[in-house]
Design a protein around this ligand. Structure first.
Ligand SMILES: [Zn+2]
Ligand SMILES: [Zn+2]
Length: 215
């Protein structure tokens, strides 16, 4: 009999201690989720998790607000490179969805945005490629990464996927006035007495261009 994916992931993480937890559906990401090649060789693994804020460090670029939902599956794909060389790749497919805060590109005030994306990734054992992966292998939409020490951490993958899904430029509002380049005041909330620059539309266009190049 097949368990639901959430329970299955849970039992994979805690084969010995599941009596400690009354109901795995209430379990919120207790520790890292690791896909071990040895486990995957036996059977594909499915996951369906809610990650608490702080479970993944997104650095300065984004802050997770509330739980990050993620689900998907991992399996081994044996890449036959020759009569004797078989490379055990991990294919990880899934999706995530959550609320995040990112700094406004002009005034750096936090802006809350929803992020969600699907991913379909291949991870090779590190060292399996003496040269960078050939383009021909990645002709599909599948991307190639690498795993170390016979396992892949879900949070490492999610960190990268969340950061990749960030919009290039987020504004708190379309007409955000940004920070004063002289005194640093937030011009949306704090009119400052610094000299006002030329309000020529051509100058505005140039400013916009410059900030696009920067970001
Ligand atoms: Zn702003
Ligand atoms: Zn100023």
């Amino acid at each position: 009999m097949r368990h639901s994916s959430g329970i299955w992931a849970y039992q994979l993480l805690f084969p010995m201690v599941d009596h400690l937890f009354p109901d795995p559906r209430f379990l919120l990401y207790p520790q890292s989720m690791e896909f071990k090649i040895l486990d995957l060789e036996r059977e594909p693994v499915e996951f369906d998790l809610e990650l608490k804020p702080g479970a993944i460090d997104f650095g300065d670029e984004a802050e997770q607000m509330g739980n990050l939902a993620t689900s998907g599956g991992a399996e081994v794909i044996h890449e036959h490179r020759g009569p004797k060389e078989i490379v055990p790749d991990i294919r990880l497919r899934g999706r995530f969805a959550g609320q995040f805060q990112v700094p406004c590109a002009r005034c750096i005030e936090p802006v809350e945005i929803p992020l969600e994306a699907e991913f379909d990734l291949i991870f090779r054992p590190i060292g399996a490629d003496s040269e960078p992966p050939e383009r021909s292998i990645t002709a599909s939409e599948t991307e190639i990464g690498y795993y170390q020490k016979d396992s892949l951490l879900l949070e490492d993958v999610l960190r990268e996927q969340v950061l990749l899904s960030l919009p290039v430029r987020t504004l708190c509002k379309p007409d955000c006035k940004g920070l004063c380049p002289r005194c640093g005041a937030n011009r949306n909330t704090q009119p400052c007495s610094c000299e006002v620059g030329p309000s020529d539309p051509r100058w505005e266009a140039l400013t916009g261009l410059r900030s696009r190049i920067k970001s």
